[in-house]
Design a protein around this ligand. Structure first.
Ligand code: HAM
Length: 422
């Protein structure tokens, strides 16, 4: 627009916290998708896709009324007929809903599913935190075996490795049952109240609401107090402790290094027993690349029969941010079809189509460039061959690597490229 234009129109922007996936980043995402498909597929996980929105009640019940997600972060709307719907903030509750709705408990258990989908949370946007984001997730529903937990953790570790996520740490803990947790909470509150004078103010103010946060405090005096605080891991029932010991033994055998984090808190209410989170130092404040755990009570909470389950989800954007070196394979163009004369248009059109039918990557001149311009463009997109279509079905086939050029009939072009001899 010239400087003298009366008023400059502002181009409409994507909503805050959302982003476009432009072709360059689409290619990197395809690598993540390909690796997920390969790694999860090899372990018998099959892909599922659930709707973008669900009944609000699914998340209110499934994720938990008291969580930040349900309290503050959901995009909820009325469908115009008095039903409340919500853009999915996560994938586990929808997958469990689908498991129940389609009677998947009649299938061989556990039912192993994976997804790559968009999710929505009205959070304050920052690096690695968006309002619409992508997760790759995996869920195994119908097994309480510790092998399932360990296998899922190993699969996520393998996926992060395959994508090149750097400096990842694995934090691991067990939450036991809801009853154990409730009793422990009271014990921890009593402990904190007994040491109230030594705690940082923000910790003191949150004793009732969120006593576990005391473990995350940076305040030196609070940290000193917390060294002697009771730990949930020491309060697990014998069965839960045994389950956790088996998960740990399997991970150790598999050579997966982890750190026990007795204060690991996840932002969703459905977890029982094993919980875990992979973090990357590359990410700054939003350091969690992926996380998950067991949710043995969720299916029952959604009115299904008691059904143990475990799973995880990893943020695609955070994986890509922490795997800076991930380079997608170069895009190949086997053939660029150029036109020396305008009357070659129909022949050129057909040649490009035939080439694609033969399995070649073929592009056609679409911008009405001069022949010189067409050759320059073919070079820019890295075409291996250029077919210059003249009149009467005659074609000059140029090998862009060697610069050799020879005359062919149009029928001979594709066989020559397939033979690789131009
Ligand atoms: P989550 O920890 O809430 O778990 O999310 C999993 C991952 O999604 C996070 O580690 C992060 O990488 C990514 N993520 C979450 N919120 C955002 C955001 N606003 N912007 C960008 N990335 C984000 C779950 O969602 C559970 N459903 C995981 C699970 C599956 N547990 C059992 N099964």
């Amino acid at each position: 627009m010239s400087a003298s234009a009366p008023s400059r129109k502002r181009v409409i922007q994507a909503p805050r916290g959302t982003f476009d996936i432009l072709p360059e980043s689409a290619a990197r995402r395809k690598v993540v998708e390909g690796q997920a498909e390969k790694i999860l597929g090899a372990a018998g996980y099959r892909r599922i896709e659930t709707p973008t929105f669900e009944a609000t009640e699914l998340f209110a019940r499934g994720v938990g009324e008291a969580t930040d997600i349900v309290q503050k972060e959901m995009y909820t709307f009325d469908d115009g007929a008095g039903r409340s719907l919500t853009l999915r903030p996560e994938g586990t509750a929808p997958v469990c809903r689908a498991y129940l709705q389609h009677g998947m408990r009649k299938l061989a258990q556990p039912v192993k599913l994976w997804y790559l989908s968009t999710f929505f949370r009205a959070e304050a946007p920052q690096r690695g935190r968006y309002r619409q984001f992508w997760q790759v997730g995996a869920e195994a529903i119908g097994s309480d075996r510790p092998e399932t937990d360990a296998e899922l953790i190993v699969l996520l570790a393998d996926l992060l490795d395959a994508v090149g996520v750097r400096h990842d740490r694995l934090l691991l803990s067990s939450l036991g049952t809801p009853e154990t947790r409730a009793e422990y909470r009271e014990e921890l509150k009593d402990f904190l109240r007994a040491h109230e004078d030594e705690l940082a103010e923000e910790v003191r103010n949150r004793i009732e609401l969120n006593p576990l946060r005391a473990f995350d405090s940076d305040d030196p005096r609070t940290r000193a107090v917390m060294r002697d605080a009771p730990k949930l891991l020491d309060r697990l029932t014998e069965r839960d402790a045994e389950h956790f010991a088996q998960v740990r033994a399997l991970l150790e055998d598999a050579g997966v290094r982890y750190e026990l984090d007795p204060a690991l808190v996840r932002g969703l209410d459905y977890y029982t027993r094993t919980v875990f989170e992979f973090t990357s130092d590359e990410l700054g404040a939003q350091s969690a690349v992926g996380g998950g755990g067991r949710y043995d009570g969720l299916i029952e909470l959604l009115d299904g029969p008691p059904t143990p389950a475990v799973g995880w989800a990893a943020g695609v954007e955070r994986m890509l941010l922490s795997a800076r070196d991930l380079a997608p394979p170069a895009e190949l163009v086997d053939l660029f079809v150029a036109m020396a004369e305008p009357d070659g248009s129909r022949t050129a059109f057909e040649l490009a189509r035939e080439a694609r039918r033969a399995g070649l990557q073929a592009q056609l001149e679409l911008a009405g460039r001069s022949l010189k311009g067409q050759l320059k463009h073919a070079d820019r997109i890295g075409a291996r061959f250029v077919a210059i279509v003249g009149s009467n079905g005659h074609v000059s086939l140029r090998d862009m690597g060697s610069g050799d050029q020879r005359e062919l009939t149009v029928q001979d072009v594709i066989p020559a490229i397939l033979r690789g001899d131009g």
